[in-house]
Write a protein that binds this ligand. Structure first.
Ligand code: ZN
Length: 352
């Protein structure tokens, strides 16, 4: 069974096709944008495009396309956060087998899957595997593509500097037949050494019409048991993946509550909460927390208005604008801690 077809992102896809056509596509690309909007699916589409025998767009019919959409192309390596294998020097075969299984699960689910939990990471034995893969000649085609999902969860490589340096070198001067495609919903939490070596491209949430198109796919059928199409479109905010993340949603709401709580208390608490946000390797989801914060403030504003408290309602509405600014900053590579601190300071003034 192949992946679900890629829905939406038409303008970006056209731009990428054009760059392939002209030979100007960067070899190290970082796709950024909110969690769950399909950045890894887009990167896999680009991998398929780069390998397909047809130059203008992935044909969907050649051997490369078939293998790529089944997640089994030998020249496409796709990694993402996984639970730590017990032995940190895990043999490459074990690591490859672990990913083969995880990818098969994602493909079996039609490419609609939950985010890995907070303890999962991209550990150093994975980096080593990527470096090894990059040094090999392509098995089937002319080139190789490496896709690293949620790249901000690449664990800092203190104990194995060699693999880390080799990976950075790869990003900086990839072999002519190798493309590296990274994705992140929190580019500010990426290791700076990685961030400075990639070309970033923004991926946008799906508009409602495309969310409906997504919900009409067979793979989305289980989601429709949890709500009507209209409800799901409203809940997803353009991110199909958000519909699967009930658990991470709860975590995001808790985190948003902690931010709001800290803003209305002491400065000391504000510092602590700010520094807890999105350090490299920490549980992801700062942007999710900001989305949840918007909802909390919205509810607060509505409750205040219902209770006849006009100034309270206005203060919460102003606070929502601060959160929107923070979201923009977070997407523009700012460090989560700094964004959080600026936001907390603003919220403290606004809600005091
Ligand atoms: Zn093809």
């Amino acid at each position: 069974m192949p992946f679900t077809p890629l829905i939406g992102h038409l303008a970006l896809r056209a731009r990428l096709s054009e760059q392939i056509h002209r030979g100007t596509l960067a070899s190290s690309i970082l796709f950024t944008g909110p969690a769950g909007i399909g950045k890894q699916r887009l990167a896999l589409w680009l991998a398929q495009h780069l390998l397909c025998e047809e130059a203008s767009a992935p044909c969907g019919a050649c051997q490369h396309c078939r293998y790529a959409t089944e997640g089994t192309h030998p020249d496409v390596v796709w990694v993402f956060p996984r639970p730590n294998l017990k032995d940190s020097d895990s043999a490459p075969e074990d690591v490859a087998a672990d990913y083969a299984e995880a990818i098969a699960d994602r493909v079996a689910a039609g490419g609609v899957y939950e985010r890995p939990d907070g303890s999962a990471g991209i550990f150093r034995y994975v980096t080593r595997l990527l470096v090894q893969h990059a040094s090999r000649t392509p098995a089937l085609g002319r080139r190789k593509v490496i896709v690293v999902g949620e790249a901000e969860r690449m664990v800092p490589q203190a104990a194995n500097q060699e693999a880390a340096n080799a990976f950075l070198k790869l990003l900086e001067e990839p072999l002519p037949n190798t493309s590296l495609l990274l994705t992140s919903s929190e580019p500010g939490a990426l290791l700076p050494t990685i961030r400075s070596r990639v070309i970033a491209m923004r991926v946008r949430p799906l508009p409602s019409a495309e969310m409906r198109e997504f919900l009409a796919l067979p793979a989305a059928a289980p989601l429709l048991k949890t709500g009507s199409v209209d409800e799901l479109v409203a809940l997803a905010r353009g991110a199909p993946g958000a519909l699967l993340d009930a658990e991470s949603r709860a975590a995001a709401v808790a985190r948003a509550g902690a931010i709001l709580d800290a803003a209305t208390r002491s400065q000391d608490r504000m510092y602590r909460v700010a520094y807890a946000q999105g350090a490299s390797g920490a549980r992801g989801g700062f942007s999710d927390a900001l989305d949840a914060l918007t909802e909390l403030l919205h509810a607060r504003s509505r409750d205040a208005a219902d209770a006849g408290d006009g100034s309270g309602a206005a203060a919460s509405a102003r606070a929502m604008m601060l959160v929107e600014n923070a979201k923009r900053d977070a997407e523009r590579n700012a460090t989560p801690q700094l964004v959080a601190f600026r936001l907390l300071t603003g919220l403290a003034e606004t809600l005091a």
